[in-house]
Design a protein around this ligand. Structure first.
Ligand SMILES: NC(=O)c1ccc[n+]([C@@H]2O[C@H](COP(=O)([O-])OP(=O)(O)OC[C@H]3O[C@@H](n4cnc5c(N)ncnc54)[C@H](OP(=O)(O)O)[C@@H]3O)[C@@H](O)[C@H]2O)c1
Length: 281
């Protein structure tokens, strides 16, 4: 297949290239050369004759999106509109990478693929608007929602925890924000499997199991071999521009049940991250 990946230099884009590059012709697009918010780029995408476009480009700074919602809508909603139109014109399938934040986090248990989205911050609103464009304009699409993603060699939650631990000698993380830490190489492999199925639809692809920020940070400190105390905090203790869903964990029901596609446990994946020579510690 000819596969175009937007956000090709991002955490997920890089991993997708690694996984798909041996079997497909992969074209990576990213800023500054390709800005998906420009309608003129629709033609650029069409001219690559894609069989499939993986749209991973997004403004992912959730607090930045809260401070500047119109820029968030432009990037994440209108950018996705353009990519979906390009797929329509090129007769290509589309895989749109979306987020657990489309849910408000009040259900109290992991969200299924058919649960009704309800957003509580501008990042989530802009990503959900993107989902709607995809569904409105295309017949052949995958919407893959994921959460709490991290990759090797990047600044991420893990590198931040370690940096703060070393700098301050003590940590505090919330135990009332719940999600699924998801290792980008595992997600890329699951997406590669999904693409072969042509089983279009909405999927939740996340590391197996759930964790609070506190649980995740505590395991990071342990694996990094740091002897630093870590205390429990609450979301209400911190003032942030964006409001995260408190219980934002996803349940991978559809891909696991119908296709046998599952990611390993978040604990095993985290161990693998620390074993990697490029874990950027
Ligand atoms: N990271 C997570 O925890 C997480 C969780 C759930 C869902 N997701 C979704 O997963 C996808 C991939 O996330 P990621 O962590 O790989 O993101 P990332 O590392 O931030 O990469 C996104 C890439 O998109 C590029 N981009 C931004 N605006 C663009 C535009 N207008 N045109 C073209 N490219 C643009 C960015 O360029 P610049 O760096 O120059 O801005 C960056 O290279 C995103 O759609 C995100 O919403 C991520």
């Amino acid at each position: 297949m000819n596969i175009v990946i937007t956000g090709g230099r991002g955490q997920l884009g890089r991993e997708l290239e690694r996984v798909l590059g041996d079997y497909h012709k992969v074209i990576l697009l990213d800023l500054p050369e390709t800005d998906v918010t420009l309608p003129s780029e629709i033609e650029t995408l069409v001219n690559y004759y894609p069989d499939l476009v993986i749209h991973a480009a997004a403004l992912t700074d959730v607090d930045g999106c809260a401070r500047d919602p119109l820029t968030a809508y432009k990037s994440n909603a209108l950018g996705t509109h353009n990519v979906a139109l390009a797929c329509q014109r090129a007769n290509a399938a589309m895989l749109y990478v979306s987020t657990n934040e489309v849910f408000d986090g009040t259900k109290g248990s992991p969200y299924f693929e058919w649960d009704t989205p309800h957003t509580i911050n501008p990042y989530a609103e802009s990503k959900l608007a993107g989902e709607r464009y995809v569904q409105m304009l295309l017949n052949r699409f995958y919407i893959v929602r994921t959460a709490w993603m991290y990759a090797n060699g990047r600044n991420n939650f893990i590198t931040r925890v370690i940096a703060v631990a070393k700098e301050k000698g003590a940590l505090a993380y919330v135990d009332d924000e719940i999600g699924n830490p998801t290792y980008a190489p595992d997600l890329a492999r699951a997406i590669a499997q999904l693409l072969e199925t042509k089983h279009y639809g909405i999927y939740h692809l996340v590391g197996e199991g759930i964790a609070s920020r506190y649980d995740w940070a505590a395991r990071i400190v342990q694996l990094a071999g740091l002897n630093v105390p870590i205390t429990r905090a609450k979301l209400a203790d911190f003032k942030r521009a964006s409001t995260p869903p408190p219980f934002g964990a996803l349940h991978n029901f559809v891909a696991a049940t119908t296709l046998g596609i599952k990611l390993r446990s978040w604990q095993d994946a985290l161990q693998e991250y620390f074993n990697s020579p490029i874990s950027n510690l």
